[in-house]
Design a protein around this ligand. Structure first.
Ligand code: ZN
Ligand code: ZN
Length: 426
């Protein structure tokens, strides 16, 4: 009985095994619609997986790559500076991938005179949007090519709308009158522009900006004219800054003369605003010489000369505002007026130290007004004041030296009177 049971169990087991091991019935797989198991990207194919509806079988088929990346316009992820490239990051609109490219630096950078010269051609090239030329090193002027002797030998780039950033560097070795940028609404800033050493020392010009066609003296106080102003910002020169026919702003700068019988700043038929700057004729004849010009000396400005401080000729107007110091240490006047009438307004924060000859030289028709608070110190031994609170009227022939006020007769006098209104308390 026991033996029979074992036999029956063995048979059952064998039958079970026989059924389980039976070969599958062959059939045509019926594939379903499949599903994307690996999405394709722009660079790599994907994969689709199909399942048979009749068995467990699967198969895969590749899905073609979606093709080249579709880059967007990108955005600047690291800002460029005038001298270093930035980074622009592009994103693929298909796969979300990224790539980067350099974002061009903001200025055309130059390190030699040849590059400096070429940069002005490059910056005017079609499609060029940059507006700054930047010195990345000191450069030496090509004085053989541009010696300033003729128009052809003068370097006169059109700088309309441009900025020349000297980058704290120096252009040295400039020949007299050789650097004469043209145009309007331009800026030269942040460095030194120096004449060559050993030049003759008469009226040397380091930078000449003269009579742009679209800048006129006629009405330089309008917004439109002021908007065209040429700006010198943070520059140092060792020769005359020679300006004419336009609106000029000078700030945070040091303008020095060159040698003897030279001037610091010269302006003709111009409107000149000077702020926080030093205008000096270290060994020269006069620190500032203007004709037919509106000259505003604003806060922080110092005018120093061993001879005359300021010469203002031909219907010029001089106004001082804020803290302004005028020192003419030697054999001249602080403010030398000639070919009048000229107008002078001395503000309350102005200090004037008299030269040997005197504080003012007057000529016909001049009107000088001194605000209360101005500090005026005449030369030692001078008679203070020749003028009074009620005013002082100079007459023709007044001695050219009287301590404070002299007489500068000039040419073609039409009226031999001039007037000082001194509003300081007696
Ligand atoms: Zn199947
Ligand atoms: Zn992509």
């Amino acid at each position: 009985m026991k033996r029979t049971l074992v036999f029956v169990l063995a048979i059952a087991l064998m039958l079970f095994a026989a059924v389980s091991c039976a070969p599958e019935v062959p059939h045509e797989h019926e594939w379903d619609a499949g599903e994307v198991t690996t999405p394709p990207t722009c660079g790599a194919p994907g994969e689709k997986t199909y399942h048979c509806t009749g068995c467990e079988e699967t198969k895969t088929e590749p899905i073609a790559a979606t093709g080249a990346h579709q880059w967007d316009a990108g955005q600047v992820t690291t800002n460029p500076t005038e001298t270093t490239d930035g980074v622009r990051t592009f994103t693929c609109t298909v796969c979300g991938g990224h790539k980067t490219e350099p974002e061009p630096k903001l200025a055309i950078c130059v390190a030699t005179f040849a590059e400096f010269e070429q940069a002005f051609t490059a910056i005017h090239a079609e499609g060029e949007t940059r507006t700054t030329i930047y010195l990345t090193a000191d450069i030496t002027w090509d004085a053989e090519k541009y010696d300033g002797s003729t128009a052809e030998k003068t370097f006169s780039p059109d700088m309309t709308g441009l900025t020349l950033n000297l980058g704290g560097n120096t252009i040295s070795g400039i020949a007299n009158k050789a650097f004469a940028p043209t145009g309007n609404t331009f800026t030269i800033k942040n460095g030194s522009v120096l004449l060559a050493t050993g030049l003759s020392t008469t009226y040397l010009k380091a930078i000449t900006v003269n009579f742009s066609e679209t800048l006129t003296y006629a009405d330089h106080t309008t917004d439109a004219e002021q908007a065209k102003a040429v700006t010198f910002d943070g520059i140092t020169t060792n020769g005359c800054l020679y300006l004419g026919g336009g609106v000029f702003r000078i700030k945070d700068s040091t303008i020095n003369s060159y040698g003897t019988k030279t001037r610091g700043l010269c302006a003709y038929s111009a409107y000149v605003d000077v702020t926080n700057s030093t205008i000096v004729a270290t060994n020269g004849e006069v620190a500032i010489h203007v004709r037919d010009t509106v000259l505003n000396l604003n806060n922080g400005t110092t005018v120093t000369s061993p001879t005359h401080g300021i010469q203002a000729y031909y219907q010029s107007t001089l106004t001082t505002t804020g803290t302004v110091t005028i020192t003419a240490a030697g054999a001249g006047y602080d403010i030398y007026l000639n070919y009048g009438p000229n107008t002078v307004n001395i503000g309350s924060g102005t200090s004037i130290s008299g030269a040997t000859k005197g504080v003012f030289a007057l000529t016909f028709g001049d009107e000088v007004t001194i605000a209360d608070g101005a500090a005026i110190t005449g030369p030692a031994g001078g008679v203070e004041p020749k003028y009074t609170a009620a005013g002082y009227t100079a007459a023709s022939g007044t001695a050219s030296t009287n301590g404070y006020v002299g007489w500068s007769k000039g040419n073609n006098n039409t009226s031999d009177t001039a007037h000082i209104t001194d509003n300081r308390p007696l």
